[in-house]
Design a protein around this ligand. Sequence first.
Ligand SMILES: [Zn+2]
Length: 443
Amino acid sequence: MSKAKVKTKVSEESHADVIEVVGAREHNLKNIDIRIPKQKLVVFTGVSGSGKSSLAFDTLYNEGQRRYMESFSAYARQFIGDMERPDVDKITGLSPVISIEQKTTNKNPRSTVGTITELYDFLRLLFARVGEAYSYETGKKMVKFSEEEIIAHIYGRLKGRKITLLAPLIRGRKGHYRELFEDIRKKGFVKVRVDGEILDLAPRMQVDRYKIHDIEVVVDRLQVTPDMKLRIAQSVQKSLQMGKDLLFIFDHDTNSLLQYSKQLMCIDTGLSYEEPSPNSFSFNSPYGACPSCKGLGTMHEVNLEAVIPDGQLSVSEGALAPLGEEREAYIYRQVQQVARKHKISLEKPWVELSPAAKNILLYGKADADPEAMRLHEVDMNDVSEGPVYYATEFEGVVTMLRRWFTGNNTSEYLRDWVEKFMVMRSCQTCQGSRLRKESQWFR
Ligand SMILES: [Zn+2]
């Protein structure tokens, strides 16, 4: 880079918008002045040896690092050592710098700029340690309490009140729960709260098996007085243990129910998240990946336009492209069989067939949900053989394509052929973000 090539005009623009380099002479740089706009993607191009790296790494990055080091105390600097000042007259407007080394990488759908440079690893750590969880049901901040905090809360908010400590066992589920009642009765508890009503535990007790129930066991009933501290601590611990980190406190004076959880919980809905770890934010980990697309952000689905390119053709004329025209073949014997059974005409144009007939030919079921059936989940870790189909009934063209596309025994050749009938689209569950819902609600 010679000075003549770089157009530069020194003006009084603020340092917030521009990095100004004056007289850069590092390596083969020929005393150049340059102004680089901030908040923009800036690219240095030029033939090999023209000084791109000398400017970016040896001048800008080095000077940024040096200034960062200089901000340490003299005591700390004696361990790091001073960095050499790059050969440049002046650099203004430089912010703290990071550099990403030049690397050649293999193409992999699970690699991004973030994962290759390991920047993403630091971001994951940041989110896991200081990220705050919000409920995806209400958008409100999630809370969690330690045992000490719960006890402090009880003494802070419920001093002098009569309270009942409840351990939730069943939340919004159907069943008669005969064994559950028997089990807690044998453990020595005498009362339960069923759907908001406190009942005495009786032998052979049960509830309506077809209704949805909330069941809590009454762990303790007491008045919050200073001398109760030990008993409250013991009962809180017992409740959390039985309620799997969840505890309800019923306040008899106000008839209100307070919920406490040792895990991150949404106060309004009771939704809880697991404690976040760096893996919760990795789309390459089952703890963080969107369950629908397995962290790829995209999904293959059968493209009906490719399967049925011309709806005016009949099935026997080849309306279903993967089947081709009707001929003496095993697959067509299956199609003929299913057509006879369901009285589907193979001679009528495809567009004139009933929705049920189309569903049978495409998905093997008259009442199939086309949207759900077309989706195909790409599972890179899946080593199972998948469902086995026996040739009793035609499974449907779409189902067949999906099976071939995912099957482990599918040859490369067959898979390439099937791919012609598939399209890639961004995952509807995570909107292409690759992460599971919970992970997206940490901020
Ligand atoms: Zn997804």
